[in-house]
Design a binder for this molecule. Structure first.
Ligand code: SAH
Ligand code: MG
Length: 201
């Protein structure tokens, strides 16, 4: 999929996101997840937070056998995602669900659940969807650094941002204290974590 035409189309999607302030994954974090998907032979992915379909398109393009379920509750973004996915001819691989990720009930088991929705809901997403992880499945959570503000909250004076940062810190503490899952934190992109089921000792 590294054709010149495809790279141009991807770049166009990234530029559009940039201009419309759609917070898509940063390149470094994206490369990290793509490498993970390739090295662990991930085939079935659930994504919480589609936005305009950029990340699900990148995931699906790795391999035609990869299937992606992705959830978006903003109707405008949902329609943009559906349009973009069909432009990339990935409609067979990617299914976009419209609605609140906290209200769906899937019975499927996923190799990877990518948490990239509302930062205030990360603990709820985690608790709800852990039942949908395959035995070797993992959660990958994005934006745990939130532009460096999680490490240094003084960067912002905006009250709603401060509240959000506190929620992200709470999620990080939740992951660190979680006995069921082992989490590794990576300070790449906007801060990424991988959580896998703890081995029974
Ligand atoms: N994964 C995308 C970026 C997602 S941005 C990419 O990297 O390309 C986060 C998106 O999650 C936003 O579009 C927002 O509308 C959506 N979202 C936030 N909370 C949600 C929820 N509870 N259910 C469904 N979508 C949600
Ligand atoms: Mg993100």
């Amino acid at each position: 999929m590294e054709t010149e035409k495809n790279m141009e189309d991807i770049l166009r999607l990234k530029n559009y996101a940039d201009q419309s302030s759609v917070p898509i994954m940063m390149d470094e974090g994206m490369d990290f997840i793509l490498d993970y998907i390739k090295s662990k032979d991930v085939k079935f992915i659930l994504e919480i937070g589609t936005a305009i379909g950029y990340s699900s398109i990148r995931f699906a393009q790795i391999d035609p056998n990869i299937r992606v379920y992705t959830i978006e509750y903003d109707i405008i973004r949902y329609h943009e995602a559906v349009k973009n996915i069909s432009r990339f001819n990935l409609g067979e691989q990617i299914t976009v669900f419209l609605g609140d990720a906290l209200k769906f009930n899937f019975t499927e088991k996923f190799d990877l659940i990518f948490i990239d929705g509302a930062k205030s809901q990360y603990i709820n997403f985690f608790e709800k969807y852990k039942e949908n992880l395959a035995p070797d499945g993992v959660f990958i959570s994005d934006n745990l650094s939130f532009h460096g503000m999680v490490e240094d909250i003084n960067i912002t004076k905006n009250y709603s941002t401060i509240k959000l940062i506190r929620k992200i810190r709470r999620y990080i503490d939740f992951l660190k204290a979680n006995k069921e899952f082992d989490t590794t934190f990576y300070s790449i992109g906007d801060g990424v974590a991988i959580s896998k089921r703890a081995e029974i000792k």
